[in-house]
Every structure is written in C-alpha cells, then in structure tokens.
Write a protein that binds this ligand. Structure first.
Ligand code: SAJ
Length: 426
C-alpha cells in the first residue's frame, strides 16, 4: 500500500509515521523544504511524546519519506490547517490547494480522505473540485453508481501530548460522500486504529468534529464565568467546583486564564459562522473565554500594583500543561501584557522554553527557573498547571502573594485574591 499524507504538521507527521509503522510506503508532502529535509534526515520539527523515535525508525526502515512534490498513491490523506480570517470566516484554501495537488496524480481506485477540521460541506467541495479538475474520473455522488474514486471525511481527535496513543486508541468517525466511500476509508483506518470506527455521512462527520470542540469550549466558558462570580463573592471557585462535582450529574471543568491552542478557540467559530442566528450560546462561550484573558491581566495588574517594587514571577507560557506549544496561548498573552506594563520586574518561568519568545524583546522581562523565582519573587501569577509548578510545597510559597489562575495550589492562603477583587470592583 502506498499512502500520501499532505501536510506534515502536528497531525500529519504523527499520522504518516503511524501508518508507516504498519509497513505501508508513506510519502509525506509539505510546502516547507525545511520540514521535508528534517523528516528525511529522520528528525522531527515538532515536539510530541515519542514522535522522534518513531519517525527516525520508520525513516531508517524506508517506510517514510518526505517531499515537496506529489506522487501517485493508493490512499491520500489531507491534514493541512484550516485557519479563520478576521471575521471568523473559515479559510479552506489550504484544503482546496491540497486537493488540487492530489488531482494531478489521481487514478481510478484511489481513496481520498480529508482529516483537517473543516466547515460542514467542505468534503463535498473537495469532491466538486476533483470532478472539475479530473473530468476523466467518475466521482462519488455525482457521476453514476460506480465511481472511480472514494472520498471521505475522517476528523482527527487526538490530544497534543498524547497524539501517538490517541491516534491508535480513539474511536474514529468516518464520513463518506457515499456509504461505499466510507467503507473504503474504513478498510484503511482498520490498519492502525484499535478504537471503534463508526461510519456516517461526510456532513455529519464534519459537524461532529466541530461539535466536540464547541462542547468543550462551552463547558470551559461555564467554569471561567463561575471563577469571575466567585472572585466577586470572595469565594474559592476551586472549592466550589470540587464540592459541586460531588453531585452525581455535575462535572464542571477547570477555570483558567482563557482557552488556547489551535482547535478549541477556533473550531466553534465554524459553527457560528455557518448559522449565526442559531448559535448564541456557542458564540457567547467563545467571548467569555477570550474575555477571561483580559480579566486575568487586569487582576494580575491590580495585584502587582498593590505590591510596589516586588519582583513578579509568571509561571508558564504554554497553552496548557506539560507541553512546549505556545500557539494561541492565553498564558503567553497575560505574561506579555504584564511584561509590557511592568518591564524588568516581570520574570518568566517556563521549563519548556530555552529563551523568551521574540514578543518579549525590549520589555526587560527575563526567563528564570522555578528555584530562582521562589527565592526572588514575592508575587507569583500561576498561568499554566505544569507538574513542576504543582510540586512546589506550601512552605516555599506560604508568604507569597499568589494569583493562581489554574487552581494548582489549593492550600495557598486566599486572602489576597479577595482584597484584589474588591479593589478591582471599586
Ligand atoms: N482548558 C481549560 N480548562 C479545562 C480544560 C482545558 O482552561 O478544564 C484549556 C487548556 O488549558 C487549553 C485549552 O483549554 O488552553 C484547550 O486544551 P484542551 O486540552 O481542552 O484541548 P486541545 O486543544 O489540546 O485538544 C482539543 C481536544 N478536543 C476535545 O477534547 C474535545 C482534542 O481531542 C482534539 O483533537 C483537538 O482539540 C483538535 O485538534 O481539535
């Protein structure tokens, strides 16, 4: 079996490597020659648990190659980004460009699978584009009962940090343009997926992916809204959530400084953009989560202003715990805002960074380790729940002024938060 994976990013590269491990011949296509060269030398350009070892193994065995040039194959997997524009309109330009690239080498019997998170109807657009570019091929759902190619949508659902595990163990939703298309894609996923593979239509599969991330966003928004109410009331939100979650049908997620990453803060907009009138809750959840970052900045600023001259440690820049991914990170946004306002008083602790991102240049802020932070900073703003921060014992921070946006130190004296929130309110 020969498989082409278009896009060697956070999803495409692990997917290509996992397929290559099954013994298939896999060619990864990327527009970046740096990425192509890196993969061909058996190395990786992204950090993901165990990915380096897997890629070096499958490249050494000759099962995975990378190129900027497409080649014929039996199965084509599209895993390119689908960003959105200023007005939240989804941009499927990379998907259509990938389909155009594939069209050049497509032949009867081939299977095309879109994995990129996409607005409902995108897979049909891919089908229409392939039909237009290759009038010599019969496409599914359009030109007769026995199409030459199969086209499906099968969203990735993996969690960064657990990608190689979840690629295998998670259930997959496989949406065919026709049932026959779904069956063809199913045969392919059975090669490496241990979870259940459930077939449906491409439109239902597209909406399922968007629904999963919108569900999580709405639930995080609920937690973030609660945290603001609790601040106003002078109540510890973490204690309230712990207590409420003892109810058998209540399961509240964790508040934080906002929602980051490339998925949950983006995908709900695809639903809102498709049907603005009927999505007030999903849109509001997005706004609540974005506004939480501004609220954390304002609260941290009030706390720092109340401690004149004190050094301030911002703990964490990553978009979530125990990863080195700073994309769309609310922690990064908070730390940047504080560095711009308070300059060299601001010290950043991020065990997953070797240096501060370029956006901190000229602010005077510096990168330090957690021990130096404990020694030198009286104010601590917890922005990421990295394990290394969680393990700081109470005796090392009992006298600190702490704003714990992630609730990692439940035993921390809370009095200052109440004072600050009252000051903010007045
Ligand atoms: N977050 C909170 N509170 C929580 C949970 C998360 O503030 O209780 C924040 C995180 O700190 C982070 C953001 O939300 O900033 C997103 O983190 P996440 O762990 O919820 O999700 P991602 O973005 O790493 O991955 C999500 C996953 N989707 C779901 O859990 C429904 C993953 O399965 C998807 O494959 C991925 O999006 C994707 O690629 O779409």
């Amino acid at each position: 079996l020969k498989v082409v994976v278009v896009g060697l990013g956070y999803i495409g590269l692990p997917t290509a490597a996992v397929i290559a491990r099954t013994g298939a011949q896999v060619l990864g296509i990327d527009v970046s020659s740096h990425v192509v060269d890196t993969v061909n030398s058996g190395k990786v350009h992204i950090e993901e648990v165990d990915l380096d070892g897997l890629v070096s193994g499958v490249v050494a065995r000759g099962n995975l190659r990378a190129s900027t040039q497409i080649e014929p194959a039996d199965v084509f997997v599209i895993a390119v980004p689908t960003p959105f524009a200023e007005d939240h309109a989804p941009n499927i330009g990379y998907v259509l460009r990938a389909a155009t690239t594939i069209a050049a080498v497509l032949k009867a019997g081939d299977v095309v699978i879109l994995e990129s998170t996409s607005p409902v109807g995108t897979t049909e657009k891919v089908r229409d584009l392939l039909a237009q570019l290759r009038p010599d091929l019969k496409v599914p759902g359009k030109t007769g009962d026995s199409p030459d190619i199969a086209i499906s949508y099968c969203p990735e659902r993996v969690l960064p940090g657990r990608i190689l595990v979840e690629l295998i163990d998670n259930d997959r939703v496989i949406g065919g343009i026709t049932p026959r298309c779904a069956r063809k894609a199913l045969q392919f996923y059975r090669r490496f997926v241990r979870g259940a593979c459930v077939t449906t239509t491409s439109r239902a599969a597209e909406m399922t992916k968007l629904t999963e991330n919108a569900f999580r966003d709405v639930n995080i928004a609920f937690a973030n809204e609660l945290s603001r109410v609790a601040d106003t009331m002078g109540v510890d939100v973490w204690e309230v959530i712990r207590l409420a979650n003892r109810h058998p049908r209540v399961n509240i997620l964790s508040p934080g400084p906002g929602v980051g990453g490339h998925c949950i803060a983006v995908d709900p907009w695809f639903l809102v953009h498709a049907d603005r009138e009927n999505t007030p809750l999903i849109r509001t959840a997005r706004e609540v989560n974005d506004a939480k970052t501004d609220y954390v900045v304002a609260r941290a600023e009030a706390m720092i202003a109340a401690n004149p001259g004190a050094q301030v440690a911002c703990l964490g820049l990553a978009f979530k715990a125990n990863i080195d991914d700073f994309r769309e990170s609310p922690a990064l946004k908070v730390a940047e805002a504080l560095a711009i306002r308070f300059g060299e008083r601001v010290r950043i602790v991020e065990p997953y960074a070797d240096a501060l991102p370029a956006s901190f240049a000229g602010t005077g802020a510096s990168l330090i380790d957690i021990d130096t932070a404990i020694e030198s900073c009286r104010v601590m703003i917890v922005l990421v729940d990295h394990d290394v921060f969680k393990s700081v014992p109470l005796e090392e921070r009992a006298t600190k002024q702490v704003y714990d946006t992630r609730g990692i130190w439940p035993d921390q004296p809370q009095c200052d938060l109440k004072t600050v929130s009252l000051r903010l309110a007045s």
